[in-house]
Design a protein around this ligand. Sequence first.
Ligand SMILES: [Zn+2]
Ligand SMILES: [Zn+2]
Length: 499
Amino acid sequence: MGALDEGCFEVDVGNDVKLGIMSVCEDLDDGEEVLEEDGGIAVIEDAVKVLLQGLGEDVNREGLKKTPLRVAKALCDGTRGYKQKVKDIVDGALFPEAGVDSRIGHAGGAGGLVVVRGLDLFSYCESCLLPFKVRCHVGYIPSGQRVVGLSKLSRVSDVFARRLQNPHRLANEISAALYNSIRPAGVAVFLQCWHIQFPEEEDGHAQVFSSEEMHGWKEVPVRAGSGVFEDEKSNVWTDFSALLKFKGVNIEKAQVKQPVYQSWCIAGSKELCNGHGAKNGFNSRNATKPGGTNQSAMTSAAISILHALGEDPSRAGLAGTPHRFIQWLTNFKRSSLELKPSLFGNPNSGWQSHNGNGKIKNLGNGYMSNLCSELNLPFWSQCEHHLLPFQGVVHIGYIADEEQVVVERSSMQSLVHFYGYHLQVQERLTRQIAESVYSVFSRGVIVVVEANHICMISRGIEKVGSSTATIAVLGHLASDSEAKAKFLQTVSKRSASGS
Ligand SMILES: [Zn+2]
Ligand SMILES: [Zn+2]
């Protein structure tokens, strides 16, 4: 994946600090489609303040001032489907079309399937309250000499996506709603859903951002059918499948039955709740025990959010959701500030020699021969503007003195986790890591951060699979474009090979 071709440009902010500036997570006032008469916004705003305070944050600090309102608007907009009626959308959009009939294979070839492919939507996971990406493909077989305006298929799908959902429920609801409102011979729905993957650690290293196409996302393909599509083995599915295959979409692997809960939202699995992965920081700073004052105030706040959205917090799909949501947020608790890895403060105590794998070889003469690199260090963070995660990898390059030992990967990883587990913005994360490494390797440091921002999908900015890159360069490397280029080339090769 061309990680570095994202149009990043640099701005010199003095102090030899060069920051890559781009609209990573813009402070847009994304309020165009705010709910009309809604008192829900104020309720959610207050609840978000409680959540931030529970995280030990100052709700009046600059970066957070507008966060409660932003979160409230985003949630209300993202779940506005509760207030929309399918009937209002479809009524008036049914057109007579003689010759269209429900009997497939009928002489004259009437009754053909109509498919709309690749609608990009997003929804909110009912299990953890994080948005997930949806690519929706809908087909129907007209009946009663009636066709529907094609845009309505997408509008109706969106009504159900804009709710708290899981993939199966979403597919079933879209299928049933279209079937009941258009009354065709049948409706087929195929959804590709991507949920952000939570960190899973193996041998102390988080194994996210693998070589799969969708780094850091778990894809769950599901399908649902009504009418003639109800029978999953019916051969009407063959046409639907073939028309999607033209677009490279394969419905064969779709799950028809409800899967094991954990396989979709990993936030619901035991790992997250038990503090699995504590070694590298995930969940290890969860100082507040469940039942503590903070925790219960935060849980009540989360429940009031569900109410304000028009949901019933006691329905089965939402059982445990407030708890999981709080559990997730607590990973980014401010108290973790005190746990800064001490390795960087005292190079003699913690630095261990490295086998040299990280060194970029053959860079020519002089200090360049000591340009070391540590690539693909996974990180997790939480966007402080939208209270939504961003995750990805960090690449670090630094110039070591002849007598300086190279730092171990695990130390770099701890540093990355340390700065990641905060309410953050990607630019700041990049700079903080760079400055921290620079405090030890003052000859030169370059840091590149590549990330997926959930806040960007829920605002429709991000396409499935896109990512954002930031860069910070300190010391000699700032003025040495050749060395910098060499490092970036290494990163780009590494990203492309997916290792
Ligand atoms: Zn954001
Ligand atoms: Zn989830």
